[in-house]
Design a protein around this ligand. Sequence first.
Ligand code: HEM
Length: 221
Amino acid sequence: MAQAERRPEPAVGPRRASPWMDEFWVRRLQSLLGLIPIGAFLIFHLYVNLLATQGPTEYNTLINTLEHMPLLIFIEVFVLYLPILFHAAVGFHIVFTPELNVTRYPYGRNIHFYLQRLTGVIAFIFLAYHVVTLRLIPGLNDTHVTFALVQSQLRQTWILILYLVGAIGTIYHFANGLWSFAIHWGIAVGRRAQRAMAYVSAGVFVVLTLVLVRIVLAFAS
Ligand code: HEM
């Protein structure tokens, strides 16, 4: 009787421990923070700056009120900076781990999958510049952000380009993130629901980009 062919034993090496950033709850928390509070703040921030279209006096009055809100530093640290740093840290881990970057989506969404990662990096660079120049430096010098200060910056061509690329990239990242959020959380399960969500995300991108262009024109023109 012919002997059954013996398969060679699979080589078993030491199992690599999964980094904490790959834990299920960490990925879910990163995803949720992208929407609340980071995404919610993005919309609020654009809305506040839309007041620039009303003129310097109205804008300065509102910014002054916001700067004197009680517990402002507490809100900034716990509602903004820490959630963004957490989301970005896990985001960079995803971007730079090749196994986590195989395309997964059908229906021509692959390009959005890569743009989501690219715009995450763009958002990080832009937000770092934005916070340092309009929050950290004025704070350290004990000066206030005014319409004139923002205007003096946006009238320089390279800063204008940086703002358009950085802010539109950030808006894209948020709008497309709404689509992938709906998939990750089982909100858009079937093909029709996912297609409907793609329209919602495109609509959010167009509306927020128009708002941004209106704000930039109010300062730069
Ligand atoms: C204003 C800033 C930001 C907002 C509003 C934002 C929002 C979002 C949203 C809503 C999602 C979708 C979550 C999901 O798919 O379940 C997301 C995903 C993602 N974000 Fe951000 N994000 C911001 C900044 C960043 C930064 C700075 C990075 C750094 C690289 C980053 C990297 C990522 C990555 C890699 C994903 C995809 C996660 C995955 O595929 O599971 N994000 N973001």
